[in-house]
Write a protein that binds this ligand. Structure first.
Ligand code: ADP
Length: 322
């Protein structure tokens, strides 16, 4: 293998730069030329591709976002359109493509490897949502978790001053991991997420019991994939008359300098992606499972989506917030 390309696609996440850096430097270390595709699959179609040198990824490991930019490119689902993107790789003799993104981005990579046998593709899980099967953690999850913790710690100060119940809506798409891990970390009274059925009447009862016991305030953590913070407040108001405020954390969760854990994860996964290309693997996503670097075929990743929810952590959070 002499030449590879790397792109970031879909929703951005902190640590994507560290992953691009790892792919680039590991490849150059192995005497492979690296090309950066700007703006994800859109850039692949537009031939927005430039050679990356060691220095191209200098001073990026600490930066949030992605210097390669990301984009949504719905046209890439069309096989005729994809041909153009594949041609832009072929004309440079690129034999390997590393796609850093979520499962939509993996699907694009899978199509490329099916339609062009000369190009191996490897997916690297980059999303704050932690919703990619085949890896215990995705790049950006830890940073987003810490952003939520920091925000809720501040909200708790005002919640306790005013004896209020705060409902915090966090991201995660259909996955409740951000709500779960953040809920445990901030000592939320209740965590509402898609993987577990929660009766709002029980939530109201728990808050009421807490108030009767002398609790000054409560934090309810809601995953956006389950319901909005506003909907939660409305439902609660049917059962209990309390002073509630809703805080939707929004896109701050996607930003910021990557945490140490994300920098290490991105470096390991990016480096492993290049190792897999060198070993001839294709159509697999890299991951980390029980601290071991792994690779899982795209098909398996798609079919088992979201099956890694840790019920034991949910139960522990419940036990600790009685
Ligand atoms: P994420 O990668 O974060 O899940 P998206 O689902 O938006 O984000 O996917 C990112 C991009 O991947 C899309 O804009 C599109 O270019 C490409 N993509 C998504 N699904 C497919 C598909 N079924 N076939 C080909 N390309 C796809």
């Amino acid at each position: 293998m002499k030449k590879i390309a790397v792109l970031t696609s879909g929703g951005d996440s902190p640590g994507m730069n560290a992953a691009v850096r790892a792919v680039t430097r590991k490849a150059i270390y192995n005497n492979i030329e690296v090309y950066g595709v700007y703006q994800g699959y859109q850039g692949l179609l537009n031939d927005n591709i430039e050679k990356l040198e060691l220095g191209s990824v200098g001073d990026t490991i600490q930066r949030g976002g992605t210097f390669l930019y990301s984009a949504r490119c719905p046209e890439f689902k069309d096989a005729d359109v994809r041909k153009k993107g594949i041609e832009n790789l072929r004309k440079r003799d690129i034999e390997g493509l590393v796609v850093i993104g979520g499962d939509g981005s993996y699907r694009g990579a899978q199509r490329i490897s099916e339609e062009c046998k000369e190009i191996q593709t490897i997916g690297v899980p980059g999303t704050i949502d932690n919703d990619i099967n085949g890896s215990d953690f995705t790049i950006g999850f830890d940073t987003a978790l810490n952003t939520i913790i920091d925000s809720v710690d501040k909200i708790r100060d005002t919640a306790s001053s005013h004896a209020r119940t705060f409902i915090i809506e966090v991201m995660g798409r259909d996955c409740g991991d951000l709500a779960l891990w953040a809920g445990l970390s901030v000592g939320a009274e209740t965590i509402i997420l898609p993987e577990v059925n929660v009766d709002i009447k029980d939530v109201a009862e728990k808050i009421d019991n807490g108030i009767k016991r002398g609790k000054k305030h409560s934090i309810v953590m809601v995953a956006e994939g389950c319901m909005s913070g506003e909907a939660c407040a409305k439902e609660l108001s049917k059962y209990i008359n309390i002073d509630t405020r809703v805080s939707v954390l929004g896109h701050i969760q996607r930003g910021g300098s990557p945490s140490g854990a994300d920098r290490v994860l991105a470096s390991r996964l990016g480096g492993h992606a290049v190792e897999l290309l060198l070993s001839g693997k294709t159509a697999v996503g890299v991951g980390i499972m029980n601290n071991e670097l792994t690779d899982t075929p795209f098909d398996e990743i798609f079919n088992a989506k979201n099956q890694k929810f840790e019920h034991s952590i949910y139960n522990l959070a419940k036990e600790l917030s009685i």
